[in-house]
Design a protein around this ligand. Structure first.
Ligand code: PLP
Ligand code: COI
Length: 341
């Protein structure tokens, strides 16, 4: 199969429409069969729940070409499960794991020409989403839903690749303790735009959001979880009910503990503790692990000892092990690579 004529190495994290997308509609209490279509546009009623009351959610995962030429998805079962939790919280009909994985397989097999080759530095990003597509004018769940999944070849999320990032502590809250921070609702991202814009204007790559109740504990950024390394070499990550349970972060914590034999802790992390860490990173599907150079708080800029030029040694080891697993050069734990082609 011929690949599309794309300069894979120069891709950024931008949308490139591919030939096919998967769509399924939920009507009268049941999902239809689902099909691949070619139209990248969605046509819905002007009064759709998604358009009026933000009844939308999404997922994000990646597909890789391994060193031996297989096409695999990284832990898509966990994305399917997280989307079920999200859908239930937004009173949307969940898409079963079986349907989710079937859609993924069909979508990627139909768009094989867009799957970046091994070693190109690019991957195929998969974007499943679920929207209230039926009309509703009172504040209530939509009478009809659409599940779609499209894909786009992508490069690095942050334009400097793996250069350490400057972050600022946001003056806005991301998620309330009993709110929607733990699910992947579109509304979480809509309301993060203002804070994100402020961070960019101030010359930072991202915001550090603190817990909304006390503003003293580190939570996550607008699109990634945190990991940090303590002086004694323990990999720590924030624990909070209002953080999105990142699949990348859960995988990294497993890699650190089970494959690299490191000490790991998931616990509340006070902002005050940041200055004692030796390294830090943002972790997520899009971000992979992007190293943190500094975090600016009200008291000034805290530089992590790993510096502003390179990833710290622990972050690098985690990055290389995780990406090695994803690309098939390091043996994957059972069930982590989902075979597609
Ligand atoms: N946190 C937020 C708010 C996100 O949007 C994402 C991206 O999906 C993550 C964390 C990372 O999650 P994952 O590793 O599952 O992609
Ligand atoms: C992802 O990492 O897949 C995300 O969804 C983060 C961001 C692009 C919203």
């Amino acid at each position: 199969m011929d690949k599309k004529n794309i300069d894979w190495a120069s891709l950024n994290f931008t949308y490139i429409p591919t030939d096919y997308r998967y769509v399924s509609v939920y009507r009268d209490g049941a999902w239809d069969e689902g099909a691949l279509i070619t139209d990248p546009n969605v046509s819905i009623n002007e009064c759709a729940g998604a358009l009026q009351y933000a009844q939308t959610c999404f997922e994000g995962l990646k597909v890789y070409t391994t060193s031996d030429g297989r096409i695999v998805a990284f832990r898509p079962d966990l994305n399917a499960q997280r989307m079920i939790v999200t859908a239930e919280r937004l009173l949307m009909p969940p898409v079963s794991q079986e349907r989710f994985l079937d859609a993924l397989t069909k979508l990627v097999r139909a768009n094989l020409a867009y799957v970046p080759p091994f070693g190109s530095g690019a991957t195929l990003y998969i974007r499943p989403f679920l929207i209230g597509s039926g009309p509703i004018i009172g504040v209530a769940p939509s009478p009809e839903y659409t599940f779609r999944m499209f894909c786009s070849p992508v490069g690095p999320y942050f334009k400097d690749g793996i250069k350490p990032l400057r972050l600022q502590v946001s003056s806005y809250d991301r998620a309330a303790p009993k709110g929607t921070g733990h699910i992947k609702a579109g509304l979480n991202y809509a309301m993060s735009l203002f804070a994100g814009n402020e961070a960019k204007k101030n010359g930072f790559s991202e915001n550090v959001f603190l817990d909304a109740a006390t503003n003293t504990f580190v939570e996550e950024t607008g699109g990634a979880n945190f990991i940090f390394v303590t002086k004694d070499g323990t990999v720590v990550t924030p624990k909070s009910p209002s953080i999105l349970p990142s699949i990348t972060r859960r995988s990294l914590m497993y890699v650190a503990k089970e494959l690299l034999g490191m000490k790991t802790e998931e616990r509340p992390i006070p902002l005050k503790e940041i200055s004692s860490f030796t390294e830090g990173g943002l972790c997520g599907t899009a971000a992979v692990i992007s190293p943190i150079g500094s975090i600016t708080t009200q008291e000034g800029e805290i530089f992590l000892p790993s510096g502003m030029e390179e990833m710290g040694p622990v972050t690098r080891m985690l990055y290389e092990t995780l990406t090695g697993i994803q690309m098939g050069t390091i043996g994957a734990p059972e069930g982590w690579l989902y075979p597609i082609a």
